[in-house]
Ligand binder design. Structure first.
Ligand SMILES: [Zn+2]
Length: 424
């Protein structure tokens, strides 16, 4: 009996030891301290077997065995994009999109999840997908079946009949209604409950008209204040945040007043809207890279001619209002609308943000600590207790932000997804 107990005791000890065993460590020649906006030299980041950072400290003269040595590289926290459409590609625009099934878009999502992770984005918030294709991609990643970022997903976006989040390409005899359509406060509440039932981490709604939809205008309100108030209340009660697509001046203000957590696009925001966002602590997300792509490549990708005309009117205004909102001190999170342009090019937006008034560190903070705060994820800074999400590049992104377009090392939750520094 005693022998059995002793054996049991030792087996418990082994389990306890293996659980506490370090998962590994990374040595960084330089490390961007994203909160302070400065470079730290020669840091050792240790993480446990669950992929959580346990310590960040100056590296000693000898490294623990198994340490990944990035002595010549600059490390940053894994990047975060709060506005992706992983299950869509630019070629799915306009009428071509009607030929793509929900299962097929899940396969597209698996392809794009990998591209996004390899580009250094270890977390994304996916706001709008056909069916629950984004739920499937998220679950496949979490099960370890496919590579991809940590995903927070919305499923189908909520919207009014005939609005940006409906599908207006077919005539009436097809009786086609997008699955997120819900008119009126109670129908909208019921839709919030429905998307949560099928796996949504976040609620996406269309507050105003949009660019890539048929028959509406970006500046026109769609959901009413009353509807959005009901949606925000229902979502918050069920522990979910709400992201509102809103280009239009009035819709932006209605969404903020309704208690929505982030305004997507924010294109035609005015001074009052900026002041309201600051007052309510609402995040603004400006996807200011994809304008270039739509104007240069949109027609070839099959986007509707009216969409390209709308982008011509709104693109520059959005960039000017981004600069204004940033100068005024509004909270800004990094979101790109990937899928409108090819996935994996997400980091091209950093250069645009700097071109339009930010310092590199401001743009990096938008894609790290701010984005993590908006999503509510333990990431966005290389600190004990956060996921061991670490990327590395050559050069200094605080001086030359486009180096982030060439990420060479990606660690997600303590697992190496990419290491070009190891390749000889
Ligand atoms: Zn979008």
């Amino acid at each position: 009996m005693r022998k059995v107990l002793v054996a049991l005791f030792f087996s418990f000890l082994i389990v306890a030891v293996s659980q506490a065993a370090p998962g590994g460590a990374v040595r960084c020649g330089k490390l961007v301290d994203v909160r302070a906006g400065r470079l730290l030299e020669n840091q050792l980041i240790s993480f446990d077997a669950d992929g959580t950072i346990t310590s960040v400290a100056p590296a000693g003269s000898s490294l623990p065995s198994g340490t990944i040595d990035l002595a010549k590289a600059t490390c940053l926290p894994g990047l975060i994009d709060v506005h992706t459409h992983i299950t869509g590609d630019p070629s799915h625009s306009g009428y071509a999109g009607l030929g793509i099934s929900v299962p097929r878009s899940a396969v597209t999502g698996a392809k794009n999840a990998r591209l996004t992770l390899m580009a250094g984005f270890t977390t994304v918030r996916n706001v709008g997908a056909a069916g629950y294709s984004d739920v499937a991609v998220r679950d496949g990643i979490n099960a370890g079946e496919i590579p991809g970022p940590r995903m927070f997903v919305s499923g189908p976006p909520l919207g009014i009949t005939g609005g940006h989040c409906d599908d207006n390409l077919l005539p009436a005899e097809y009786h086609h209604v997008a699955e997120g359509v819900a008119d009126g406060p109670w129908a909208a509440r019921a839709k919030v409950r429905e998307v949560i039932k099928y796996g949504a981490d976040v609620i996406k709604i269309c507050a105003s008209g949009g660019v890539l939809s048929k028959g509406d205008q970006p500046g026109t309100p769609q959901y009413t204040l009353e509807e959005m108030t009901a949606i925000a209340e229902e979502a918050h009660k069920l522990g979910r945040k709400v992201a509102a697509h809103a280009h239009g001046t009035q819709s932006i203000k209605d969404a903020i007043r309704a208690g929505i957590d982030s305004i997507e696009h924010s294109s035609l925001i005015d001074d009052e809207g900026i002041a309201l966002a600051k007052q309510h602590g609402t995040y603004l997300v400006f996807d200011i890279y994809n304008d270039d792509y739509i104007l240069q490549m949109g027609e070839k990708a099959g986007m509707l001619p009216e969409s390209i005309e709308k982008e011509k009117k709104i693109g520059r205004l959005q960039r000017e209002n981004f600069r204004k909102a940033f100068k005024a001190g509004a909270k800004i999170a990094f979101g790109t609308d990937s899928g409108v342009y090819p996935h994996g090019d997400n980091a091209k937006q950093f250069g645009k943000m700097v071109e339009w008034g930010m310092k590199p560190i401001d743009a990096i903070q938008a894609a790290t600590i701010n984005a993590a705060d908006l999503i509510g994820v333990k990431a966005g800074a290389i600190e004990a207790g956060n996921f061991a999400d670490i990327i590395a590049v050559d050069g200094n992104p605080l001086e030359n932000v486009p180096v982030l377009e060439n990420v060479k090392f990606v660690l997600k939750g303590g697992a190496v997804a990419r290491n070009d520094f190891a390749a000889k």
